[in-house]
Design a protein. Structure first.
Length: 392
């Protein structure tokens, strides 16, 4: 059984600081999920630079297959110790989850990670190892679908200290909050957003320390198929639709002609969504029983590219897009691909579309469609998705 990781992170800057002294790096590879939460000493620019160096070095080394111990050794050899406080310039937590569910957690002076299974904290074996005279805690364990792993910086546990709470928001209080608020179908984003809102409330909207929450929710790895355009040979129509229907994840159809092929195979009607948004200039979505999403073709794909560009360039745009109500097929598709899919396969049909012949030279429009799909795939990969494009 293969697993996937649905991850979300969010930070609060210390009051009156433009930059956050915490930094999170998340990388998805073909064989594992990698996350590093680094907390730079102090706050502001210096802390931000140190945390960025720490998270980037560790994440990139792990991405390139370097053993965790060697990566930590390299990092601790690189970053010095503060002469005044005799502490490291940056603390960190590193989580790596492999496709088979095996997980490795390394913690250096960060709050102890929280691992929940069915709402109950799971205690895993923790081994202290010495690397470059630094005491690092290592844990190795097996994840199961629906497990939730939460990493926090110490600012989370300091929330409310001396104001609302005498001793801050202790780790056991965080666990109790998670247990009482998490719902079975919550995504990592739901859990993380709820947690960071409470932290901000406890600080009374003026955080006295950089505070970061990382939520990694383990899920079954599923494969989503997106059928875009009819196959080059009409004799391949049924085979391509059967491939679409074999998905154990979402089933998405783009294009009017493609929708007709799928509906004919399923012997189902195509119903147009009557909730047409006046704020969107895209054609309305449609519905076919057994298909999760049916949209128009090239125009919608072009808008998907634009939305993904915004998501790649700005985490704020990504968070905003994933939290709004979808009014058109492009927003709905992006939300679905980012929040509900782990592995995505585009079935790119190479048949000439007669509808395009009136406005463009057909081979040119075909290349344009294929290029749109390739760009979507590129942006999704940069956002941590496993994507492949199959031409048919």
């Amino acid at each position: 059984m293969k697993v996937a990781v649905d991850a979300y992170y969010q930070s609060l800057n210390k009051h009156n600081e433009e930059l956050c002294g915490d930094r999170v790096s998340v990388i998805h590879t073909s064989h594992s999920f990698i996350c590093v939460l680094a907390d730079g000493l102090g706050s502001g620019v210096k802390a931000n630079i140190l945390a960025t160096l720490t998270s980037t070095i560790l994440a990139e080394m792990l991405k390139n297959g370097i053993e965790l111990h060697e990566a930590v050794y390299t990092l601790t050899s690189t970053l010095p110790t503060c002469k005044e406080r005799q502490v490291a310039y940056s603390t960190f937590s590193t989580l790596q989850v492999f496709n088979n569910g095996e997980a490795v957690l390394i913690e250096f002076d960060n709050p102890k990670a929280i691992i929940l299974r069915n709402g109950i904290e799971v205690e895993v074996a923790r081994h202290t190892i010495r690397i470059q005279n630094r005491m690092v805690v290592e844990s190795r364990f097996k994840c199961k679908p629906q497990d939730v792993i939460v990493l926090v910086s110490d600012g989370v546990l300091h929330a409310g200290l001396g104001t609302i709470l005498n001793f801050g928001w202790k780790r056991k209080d965080v666990i109790q909050h998670l247990r009482s608020t998490m719902r079975k179908n919550d995504k990592a984003r739901d859990i993380g957003e709820n947690l960071i809102i409470v932290v901000n409330d406890l600080y009374q909207n003026t955080p006295m320390d950089d505070s970061t929450v990382v939520v990694a929710r383990i899920a079954d790895r599923t494969k989503t198929f997106v059928m875009v355009g009819p196959p080059k040979e009409t004799s391949d129509d049924d085979q391509t639709v059967m491939q679409l229907l074999s998905a154990d994840g979402k089933k998405i159809v783009c294009g009017g002609t493609t929708a007709q092929i799928v509906a004919r195979f399923l012997k189902e009607d195509i119903r147009i969504d009557e909730n047409i948004s006046l704020n969107s200039d895209l054609p309305p979505m449609a519905m076919i029983k057994g298909i999760d999403l049916v949209t128009e073709g090239v125009l919608t794909l072009g808008r998907v590219v634009d939305l993904l560009v915004d998501c790649v360039s700005s985490k704020q745009q990504l968070d905003h897009l994933c939290s709004i109500e979808a009014k058109d097929g492009a927003v709905k598709m992006v939300q679905m691909l980012l929040s509900e899919c782990s592995e995505i396969v585009f079935l790119a049909g190479l048949a000439d579309n007669p509808a395009h012949s009136q406005v463009a030279y057909s081979p040119l429009s075909l290349r344009f469609k294929v290029r749109l799909i390739e760009r979507i795939a590129e942006h999704l990969r940069s956002l941590g998705k496993i994507v492949s494009v199959v031409q048919c």
